[in-house]
Every structure is written in structure tokens, then in C-alpha cells.
Design a protein. Structure first.
Length: 613
């Protein structure tokens, strides 16, 4: 490998890396070296250690005053005071023992979602740079991944470079990670000369060098900023050609004939047509499909999700389902594998792909409050009402729980009549077993009601006081025949306070309930339950709408961070899936049961480009 003379010192650290890759890395290293500057030993902390008598001096503490000076204080006090005022006293000056720094460099790499993609190239370069920095200082490098507290020593070639790549994570650094690392650093035998944080935001005041890495909007360079003490300097770091960058990020450091180890794969990014940001994702209660409303056409885009732990090369199936032009969706839900909707045609409501319901004249607003053009979808559920038909439930914007019956024995040309089941309804959910559950307010109480087929059952459970709440969630806990868990907003100032309720028994024989205080800066967006432990967690979102976390009252499980705000979010009460749509039109589907990402899709293609994996 032929490198320019200025870059030849990097050669020993690039052994085992293909020449075309090493040349690109060396070019990045040269620019980063100029930004980082030379290594400087830290100033030793703590009081100096004396090593015998060194000299006499005019200043010092009076416990080191010469004995002859104290004799003056006894015999001639005025002379003693005169010499003190004139600074003429003599003090013993001990010899200070020479102290040496440990020459230890500590580096932490943030492997969270904000550093996915091109910033990881700077991570690779910084690991190489710091390894050389420690070697030239005759010191030691210890490094680790912020989200995985464990020490690694030095740089042992491509194997360590792959460790950095394989550590990529959808989890942002949490306070618990910082506390663990702080304890590990304090347990080191010597204090580090330099403490580096690569890619993250320092929460630890002990970080001496913070390197922040962001990608330029044009995608051709990185902005690298070094924060050191009170100074900040930055540079633009050009990225290597796409083919080279792809090989580096995939861990193929060797020759093309001998590819190196592959990085742990996240779900492949699917490229799909543009979708609208005005309506939330729709999740099938089976947890197998997600739908988004198209932007350039009247219709929806339906994604069939791969299994949670399936093969990495499974191609996600995407299909379009179009409704007639001029129709506006009011509510959408899956009926088996098919997406159905209630669409507004102006004078009529059409039951699109909901067989047996046809169309009806649009009811007045006092009967069905569903103003067209609102940036939301009304909750919709299709339930088997009996052996002869089905019932379609709709929760309108005024909290009225409405339904239409489909009777197989009735004439198909007759429009189904609209019925009101209840009012002051806060939430509803159906789990596909002929049962529907809904929460409603009555006499200053919030009550959970069960519907089986077309009848109310005797299962009715009081959840708590209603107060001024207008927000509640339902989540499936275990099997189809147990009552669901509920969350009820009790107070929203100065921070949200929720009452969580987990019913006992199949008929709601009592319930466990407790209060959960949401930390400041977060707001609850849904409720999920662990099927094995039946533990409940609120899905929280940050105030800037860029982060999501599962919170059980004691610990945060932060699973999503994005540079772009979240535009729309849906939580499935039956499957526990979370569908996230960002302002960059990126769809991320997260499974709270298995703690994995099921799908990532960039929905930005123009209409004529179609969808491609």
C-alpha cells in the first residue's frame, strides 16, 4: 500500500485493511489529526508529596517558620512584628517529589441511532487515531461502547473495527449507562489523561474531549466538532466514494475476494412511494401488517411485516390499495389481510372494502361527528356479532360509540342503519375474538365495559375517578379471554400522572391499580403489556417529538431517537406494535414484545418510481 509520506505513520494500524480502503481512511485520519492536535499530559491532581528539605524562602505557612525567627518573638517581639510586616521572615521550603501522569486515554463511542450511517466512518477513524495517539505517548488506550459497558484495550486490527460497527443500536444512551461508566472509570488503577466521547452529548463533567459528528444535508461530508474545555473547533470531513463507504460500514475490510466479517444487520431499509404526514399509521391487530395513506394517489400503502426473528433477507411485501378519487378517509381498519375504510364522498359515506355494508347517506353532525379534513382517523373495529353477521363499531370525535350491523339474512341493497351504543367513551379496542372493550365516563367514574357479539356482558369494572380526564389507553395483557389493562390520565400539570389498572381473573374479580408519575419533558402516547410477565409500561415521547421510551415507573427503555420529529404515531392495543412516521417520511415499526425493529421504510419515492427493497 503506497501512502503519502505524511500518512505513512498510519500504516502499522491499517494492517489487514485493503489498500483502497486504507487510503480513504488515511485521508480522513490526516484531517482529524489536525483537528485533534497533540497529546498533552494532564496536570496531576491532589497535594504534592514532599521529598526532604529543598531551600529557604520568604513566604510560607508559619508552621514552617525557622526556629530562629520564633526566638525573636520571645526576646524582641517588636522586631518579630516588624519583620513580619516587611515580609522578611524565612521559611523552610520542602523539596517536591516529581509526579508523572499515567498516560492513559479513555474513549467512549456512542452507538445510538443518531450515529447510524456515515458518522460511523468517523468512529472507525477516531479509534485508529486514538490508538496511535496512545502508542506515540508510550501510554495505553482503553475504549468501550456507551450503550454496552465493557472495556476493550488498544486496537488489534480489523477485529476491533468490526466491534465498533457491530455495536450499532437503536437505544440511546441513558443515565444508567453513564453511571456504570463513571464507576468503571473511577475503578481504573490510574486516572486517565484524556477522556473522549465520540459522537454523543456528554452528561459526565469528566469528559475532557467531546467529538460531535453530524452529516451534512447533501450527504457528501460530515461536520466534526471538537469541544475541549472552553474551546470549540470544527471541520468538514469529506466522505469516501459510496462504494468504499459501503464496504467500510459493512465491515468488509479485506480484499474483495476475502470479505471480512459482516456487521450485525438491522432490518434492511425499504424504499416506498411518498406517504401523507397528516394521517397516522394503521396497524392490523394480528401484528402482521401496517398501512399508510398515500400522498400522490387516493389510497393506502400496505406493508406486510417480516417475522420478528426471521431471516435477514426476507423481502417485505408492499401493495397499494386505491379508493375512488374525491373520497376522504374517516376511519380505517384491517379486516383479515385486507384494509377497509369508511370514506366520505360528500353526500354519502362509503364502506370501502367492508363487504356487506355498502353505502349510506351521510348522517348529520349531531348523530356522527366526523368533520372531513381533520388530521386524524376515527377508531374503527369490525367484530363478529353473531353467527349470521358482523358489527362495525366507530368512535366519533364527540366520544359517541356507534355501530352498524350486517345481517346476512337482510337484503344486500338496504343501507345499514346507524345506532348509538354509548356516549362519553374515551377509548375502545377489539382483539379479534368477538369481544370489544371500551372505557366510558359515568357519574364521575371511568368504567371498563365488555361487549360480546352484539350484547353487553355483565363484566363491568370501575377504573377510577374521571375528574377532567379525556385521555385513556387499553392494552391486551395475556390471552384473549382475560380483561385488558387500562391507563387513565389523572392530572397533566406540572407533569402527567396516570392511573394504571390490571384486572384480575376472567370476569374482573378485583384489580391491581397504582399511580405512575411521568418524568418532566415526556408525555404518554400509549400503553403496552409484557405477555409473559404482564408488566405494564407507558409509551412516552419527548417534548421535541424526537425520542420514544417505555417507562414502567422506575426505568426508561429508550428505543427510538431520530434527528427528525415524529409526525404521526400509532400503538396497537392487541399486538403491542408501535408504528412511527417521522417528518422525513421514514416509517419505523417497533415490536414492544420482542424489543426489535420489524420494519424500516423510506417513503419518499415519487409516484412513478414505485417501491423497491
Amino acid at each position: 500500500m503506497q501512502l503519502p509520506d505524511a500518512l505513512k505513520p498510519w500504516h502499522p494500524l491499517l494492517e489487514g485493511v485493503a489498500p483502497e480502503l486504507a487510503e480513504q481512511l488515511a485521508a480522513m485520519l490526516g484531517r482529524l489529526q489536525a483537528l485533534v492536535g497533540p497529546f498533552r499530559e494532564r496536570t496531576p491532581n491532589g497535594p504534592p508529596e514532599p521529598d526532604g528539605l529543598g531551600d529557604l524562602q520568604r513566604r510560607g505557612p508559619y508552621e514552617r517558620l525557622l526556629s530562629s525567627e520564633w526566638l525573636l518573638a520571645d526576646e524582641i517581639p517588636d522586631e518579630f512584628l516588624r519583620r513580619a510586616a516587611g515580609g522578611e521572615h524565612l521559611f523552610l521550603a520542602p523539596q517536591q517529589r516529581a509526579r508523572h501522569s499515567s498516560r492513559l486515554i479513555v474513549a467512549l463511542f456512542d452507538a445510538g441511532p443518531r450515529q447510524l450511517g456515515a458518522p460511523r466512518l468517523a468512529h472507525l477513524a477516531m479509534l485508529i487515531l486514538l490508538a496511535r495517539r496512545a502508542r506515540e505517548a508510550d501510554g495505553e488506550l482503553r475504549w468501550g461502547i456507551l450503550q454496552r459497558p465493557a472495556w476493550h484495550e488498544g486496537l488489534q486490527g480489523p477485529a476491533d473495527l468490526n466491534r465498533v460497527l457491530e455495536a450499532r443500536s437503536w437505544t440511546a444512551a441513558e443515565p444508567a449507562h453513564w453511571q456504570t461508566w463513571q464507576a468503571m472509570i473511577e475503578a481504573l488503577p490510574t486516572e486517565p489523561d484524556e477522556r473522549w466521547l465520540i459522537g454523543g452529548t456528554a452528561e459526565d463533567a469528566g469528559i475532557s474531549h467531546g467529538l460531535q459528528i453530524t452529516t451534512h444535508l447533501d450527504g457528501k461530508a460530515l461536520e466534526v466538532a471538537l469541544q475541549q474545555a472552553r474551546s470549540r473547533r470544527s471541520l468538514d470531513l469529506p466522505l469516501p466514494p459510496p462504494a468504499i463507504g459501503k464496504r467500510l460500514l459493512s465491515g468488509q475490510f479485506g480484499l474483495m475476494t476475502l470479505p471480512g466479517p459482516q456487521a450485525l444487520a438491522q432490518p434492511g431499509v425499504l424504499h416506498a412511494p411518498r406517504v401523507a404526514l397528516t394521517l397516522p399509521p394503521v396497524i392490523a391487530r394480528s401484528g402482521q401488517m401496517v398501512a399508510l395513506t398515500l400522498l400522490d394517489q387516493k389510497g393506502a400503502l400496505v406493508f406486510k411485516l417480516p417475522p420478528p426473528h426471521g431471516k435477514k433477507n426476507i423481502v417485505t411485501k408492499v401493495r397499494r390499495q386505491n379508493w375512488p378519487a374525491g373520497n376522504q378517509p374517516l376511519a380505517m381498519a384491517f379486516q383479515g389481510k385486507s384494509l377497509g375504510a369508511i370514506v366520505d364522498t360528500g353526500a354519502y359515506l362509503r364502506f370501502w372494502q367492508l363487504q356487506g355494508f355498502g353505502a349510506i347517506k351521510r348522517p348529520p353532525l349531531e348523530e356522527l361527528k366526523a368533520p372531513p379534513g381533520t388530521a386524524n382517523l376515527l377508531p374503527l373495529a369490525l367484530v363478529n356479532s353473531n353467527h349470521n353477521g358482523q358489527r362495525l363499531y366507530l368512535l366519533d370525535a364527540a366520544g359517541h360509540l356507534l355501530y352498524w350491523n350486517r345481517d346476512k339474512q337482510a337484503a344486500s341493497h338496504e343501507p345499514p342503519p346507524l345506532h348509538r351504543l354509548d356516549s362519553d367513551v374515551l377509548a375502545m379496542a377489539s382483539f379479534g375474538d368477538g369481544r370489544l372493550y371500551y372505557l366510558y365516563k359515568r357519574d364521575q367514574s371511568v368504567v371498563l365495559q365488555e361487549m360480546l357479539s352484539s350484547h353487553r356482558t355483565n363484566v363491568r369494572l370501575r377504573i377510577g375517578e374521571a375528574g377532567g380526564t379525556c385521555k385513556a389507553f387499553i392494552a391486551r395483557v395475556a390471552n384473549s379471554y382475560s380483561l385488558p389493562a387500562c391507563a387513565l390520565l389523572m392530572d397533566a400539570t406540572p407533569h402527567e400522572q396516570w392511573r394504571l389498572c390490571r384486572p384480575k381473573g376472567l370476569q374482573g374479580e378485583g384489580a391491581e391499580d397504582w399511580t405512575l408519575d411521568v418524568p418532566g419533558g415526556w408525555s404518554a402516547q400509549g400503553l403496552v403489556a409484557d405477555r409473559e410477565t404482564q408488566a405494564l409500561s407507558l409509551l412516552l415521547m419527548t417534548s421535541d417529538r424526537k425520542g420514544l421510551s417505555l417507562y414502567d415507573g422506575s426505568t426508561h427503555c429508550r428505543f427510538f431517537d431520530s434527528p427528525d420529529p415524529i409526525a404521526r404515531l400509532s400503538v396497537c392495543p392487541a399486538s403491542g406494535l408501535v408504528a412511527i412516521l417521522t417528518h422525513a417520511r421514514e416509517l419505523v415499526v417497533y415490536c414492544s414484545q420482542h424489543r426489535v425493529v420489524r420494519l424500516r421504510a423510506q417513503c419518499t419515492l415519487a409516484d412513478e418510481q414505485g417501491a423497491q427493497p
